[in-house]
Design a protein around this ligand. Structure first.
Ligand SMILES: NC(=O)c1ccc[n+]([C@@H]2O[C@H](COP(=O)([O-])OP(=O)(O)OC[C@H]3O[C@@H](n4cnc5c(N)ncnc54)[C@H](O)[C@@H]3O)[C@@H](O)[C@H]2O)c1
Length: 254
């Protein structure tokens, strides 16, 4: 079950955290993995780990917010069966404490970046008989999270793009879904704790763990397992849905 043998998968942000776990698992399941990454060194590391396990992967140094660069690379890749729009950045702030510059930075990576990859991938996906898109949203798309104004905006857009794309390409056989994780322990989390809560790292890590009713953060591999299911042919009846992966965050936090 869940074989991706013979499939060509593009994964953005595959150099770290959730994207790395998805890249590794998809390669293990037989996919040829194409990693689109800003951080070339991190992407090369993922590729080398995949190759060390006997898998096939290639890294492409690219900023997803640059449409011209994204289109060029996707054309070079040619065949695409799976697109995982995962690259994203975090931001802490409320509407009146978020600068225009920061707002646009989050927008450019998280929203424009996902759009650019959709724009570039859909013509190739139309030629695949098992085409599927998976977008990385967040619980912030559906729940009001304190101090995450720009980030929540960006994930709300991901949620809406998922529905729009799922609808528009039904006739082309392209499925499109999203995953909404709560807190997952990745460098993304460690990075923003270090940047925004210097000196209170342990306390904030504990608070962020406890905010999932299940009592811990998720692991990147747990997101990758759901990603594999949603991108495999076994999930052929699933499109236009968002899947929370949240340790009870949305429904049990009362
Ligand atoms: N970690 C969490 O708690 C959590 C929760 C919900 C949703 N998410 C989402 O999951 C996704 C992955 O998060 P993560 O925690 O693995 O993050 P991470 O920071 O560990 O990895 C993100 C990767 O994306 C790459 N990237 C960033 N900007 C890019 C750009 N402009 N072009 C290409 N690559 C770029 C980074 O270099 C990095 O390797 C993000 O979209 C994030 O919003 C994460």
């Amino acid at each position: 079950m869940f074989s991706l043998k013979g499939k060509s998968a593009i994964i953005t942000g595959g150099g770290s955290g959730i994207g790395k776990a998805i890249s590794t698992l998809f390669a293990r399941q037989g996919a040829t993995v194409h990693i689109i990454e800003l951080n070339a060194e991190a992407a090369a590391q993922t590729v080398s780990e995949i190759e060390g396990e006997g898998g096939t992967a290639k890294a492409y140094s690219c900023d997803v917010s640059n449409q011209e660069a994204v289109v060029k690379i996707f054309n070079e890749i040619g065949t695409i069966d799976i697109l995982v729009n995962n690259a994203g950045i975090a931001h802490v702030g409320k509407a009146d404490t978020t600068s225009e510059e920061d707002f646009m930075k989050v927008f450019n990576v998280n929203v424009l970046g996902a759009y650019n990859c959709l724009y570039a991938a859909i013509p190739a996906l139309k030629k695949s008989s098992t085409a599927v898109i998976l977008n990385m949203a967040s619980i912030a798309a559906n729940v009001g999270i304190t101090d995450r104004f720009a980030y929540s905006m960006s994930k709300g857009a991901i949620y809406a793009m998922t529905l729009s794309v799922a609808r528009d390409y039904l006739a082309d056989g392209i499925r499109c879904n999203s995953i909404s994780p709560a807190r997952v322990h990745t460098p993304f989390v460690d990075g923003f704790i270090a940047k925004n809560y210097a000196g209170q790292e342990a306390e904030i890590f504990g608070k962020l763990s406890a905010s999932q009713p299940i009592g811990r953060m998720g692991q990147p591999e747990e997101v990758a397992n759901l990603a594999l299911y949603l991108c495999a042919e076994e999930a052929g009846f699933i499109t236009g849905n968002d899947y929370p992966l949240d340790g009870g965050f949305i429904k049990l936090n009362n």
